[in-house]
Design a protein around this ligand. Structure first.
Ligand code: SF4
Ligand code: SF4
Length: 489
């Protein structure tokens, strides 16, 4: 876009964007429950042109050069918006309230689009409240405590015990009872472990049962298998397709980098097995999502694994290493903010060279997400249940041994909400260190379990706070480059 007196606005609306939440694309979710943003009706185009509008306070802006400025409303749902100089001047005109019909007729449609993107709002409107998202009840079903890998950063004290059908069905029934009793509209089941594919017959049986209960209760249902991907043969993939289950695979590098971080019990690397599984999934037209966990060991090679996922057109999500009871003392897994930024910048350059046609705003920032404002980083203690192989219930899978309820409870979520001592995800406004942060509705303070472990309280800010603050502006710039690549302008 060159310099022009004609105001021009570019946003993701100008792309034929693919949502990661469609049936065609698998759940990009990783282990932690990322609250599904509440369905949001974008601001209606103002019908009353006599009503005064005013520019939203606290917009984040950044110059992109070439007469283009990036604008982002942290409380809004418009995502990254780019304005040329003339459109910026029009936005600045709304520093004082003014009705749309005070504008020249040619400018009114542009102002209406500013309103639809939530950059200007009716004068006198209080700052947009960010609602708590309690739309989906998410449950982690720990179908086995066994695993065939020994990943360096794993938090689980593994045993050979698997969940049985009786406990599993009791858990599913309790989850649906709670979803109905607490007014949720959908249930998301994460079949996990240990390595969930080691107990695949149970997963399939439970999901069939869950589908029946969802139909009976008129609730939405999504199921995802969280797997290391080493043992999914053709039959298993067929069964997963038949069951309508999505697949999320952990992949931390290419070849030896992945092998060092995610070896088999006998020390052999697992990359080759996963690559065969990815080939098999592709042959069945199944697109798994990939989660990449960053530690000091694979950080510098992040661009390589991103190239690998981009080559295969796999949606991916980045997670940062979190210290836990099993890794305490392993300082070699920690990385500095500076090292992370070097690696992430190099990785972002690879993405910018061939950006995918779906939003990047929820995929690159660990526990934060920039696609929808939210108050809590996860559903722990609110909208998330973790059921272990015995039927004990915890609020977070990384603290699965902290039982706060049992699946036999008549109101499982009620029992979790009433429990004392379980880990929970506080509201970001209750986090003193985060209250003035411009990114609080994107970050919401980070993983509470990690904040508690490293900084002493779930209400403390994330140990990754400084890294997040450096990262967020770069993710917005990357998203702007993505939009410019795909926009029909
Ligand atoms: S942890 Fe840091 S970046 Fe996140 S909301 Fe709190 S102050 Fe902001
Ligand atoms: S507390 Fe942390 S590890 Fe547990 S569910 Fe929340 S974000 Fe995930």
């Amino acid at each position: 876009m060159g310099q022009s007196d004609v105001p021009q606005i570019i946003s993701a609306d100008d792309c034929s964007a693919v949502s990661l939440d469609t049936q065609a694309d698998p759940d990009p979710d990783c282990a932690c429950p990322i609250d599904d943003p509440l369905p949001h009706a974008r601001a209606a185009l103002p019908a009353d042109s006599k009503r005064p509008y005013v520019c939203v306070d606290d917009l984040y802006t950044d110059s992109l050069g070439n007469d283009l400025r990036l604008v982002f409303n942290p409380r809004g749902h418009g995502g990254v918006v780019m304005l040329n100089g003339a459109a910026c001047r029009l936005l600045a005109d709304f520093a004082q309230p003014r009705p749309l019909d005070a504008l020249a007729p040619a400018l009114r449609p542009v102002a209406r689009r500013l309103a639809a993107l939530e950059l200007i709002v009716p004068a006198g409107t209080p700052p947009q409240a960010v609602p708590d998202s309690r739309h989906t009840l998410t449950a982690w079903l720990h179908v086995t405590n066994a695993c065939n890998l020994r990943c360096t950063y794993c938090y689980l004290k593994k045993t050979t015990k698997a969940m049985d059908l009786t406990i599993g069905r009791q858990a599913i029934a309790s989850i649906f009872r709670s979803a109905e009793a607490h007014g949720f509209r959908a249930v998301k089941l994460k079949y996990a472990g240990g390595e969930a594919s080691l107990n695949l017959p149970l997963v399939l049986a439970l999901h069939t049962y869950a589908q029946a209960l969802a139909t009976r209760a008129d609730l939405g249902l999504r199921g995802v298998l969280l797997t290391n991907g080493v043992a999914l043969n053709d039959q298993a993939i067929n069964d997963l397709c038949q069951a309508g289950l999505q697949v999320t695979i952990s992949l931390d590098g290419v070849g030896a980098i992945h092998d060092a971080q995610r070896p088999f019990v006998n020390g052999r690397g697992s990359f080759t097995s996963i690559e065969h599984t990815l080939d098999r999934l592709a042959a069945h037209a199944v697109t798994p999502s990939v989660t990449i966990t960053l530690t000091a060991h694979n950080l510098a090679r992040l661009p390589e694994v991103l190239d690998y996922t981009l080559d295969r057109k796999l949606p991916f999500r980045l997670n940062f290493y979190r210290e836990n009871d099993c890794t305490v003392g392993r300082r070699d897994l920690d990385f500095s903010d500076e090292a992370a930024m070097v690696a992430l910048r190099a990785a972002f350059a690879r993405i910018a060279a061939r950006p995918p046609n779906h939003s990047l705003l929820s995929l690159l920032t660990d526990r934060a997400r920039m696609d929808a404002p939210h108050n809590r980083p996860c559903g722990a203690g609110h909208s998330y249940l973790v059921v272990d192989q015995w039927g004990a219930v915890a609020t977070c899978h990384m603290q699965i041994e902290q039982q706060v309820a049992h699946v036999s409870a008549p109101d499982l979520l009620g029992a979790v909400l009433a429990a004392n001592g379980g880990l929970y995800s506080p509201h970001v406004e209750a986090k003193v260190d985060c209250q003035a942060c411009p990114w609080r509705y994107q970050c919401a303070g980070g993983c509470p379990a990690l904040a508690q472990r490293v900084n002493g309280s779930v209400a403390a800010r994330s140990p990754y706070c400084n890294l997040y603050r450096m990262l967020f502006p770069e993710v917005l710039r990357l998203e702007s480059a993505r939009i410019l690549t795909h926009a029909a302008i």
